[in-house]
Design a protein around this ligand. Sequence first.
Ligand SMILES: [Zn+2]
Length: 143
Amino acid sequence: MTGSVHAAIGATIGKYIRNKPLAFGAGVVSHFVGDVTPHHDLSAAEAPLVLATMLRIGQQHGWNSSEFWGALGGICPDFEHIPYELKKDPRRFEAMPEKWFPTHNGQVEHAGWRWDIRWGVVMQIVLFLGGLYLSGTLGKAKK
Ligand SMILES: [Zn+2]
């Protein structure tokens, strides 16, 4: 999934698992599930969207909420892409043995999208907005 989808799903998990460390761990597991599910990925250009999503989740639920911790767990496996992205490593879009996450180092296949890309994009948008909706991140902040 794209990072913003991982974040939205992680926030939803955090809403239902009210325990922060557990929400973080479940967020990491959801990253794995998201990566093995067929999906269409965006490039590193989506980083600002991930950041905006995290800011919105923190603003809505609080920076030390289970929603925020779930979202952080959902995106943190992808942090290991950053150094290779910055170095523009030519292998960065493939499985790399240096990486530790099973769907990033090739131990488990990172699923691609074999169908029309438009449907892949639609699926990401639906999961993104659905996750934000289910986690209660859309709408007014509760004060
Ligand atoms: Zn990933």
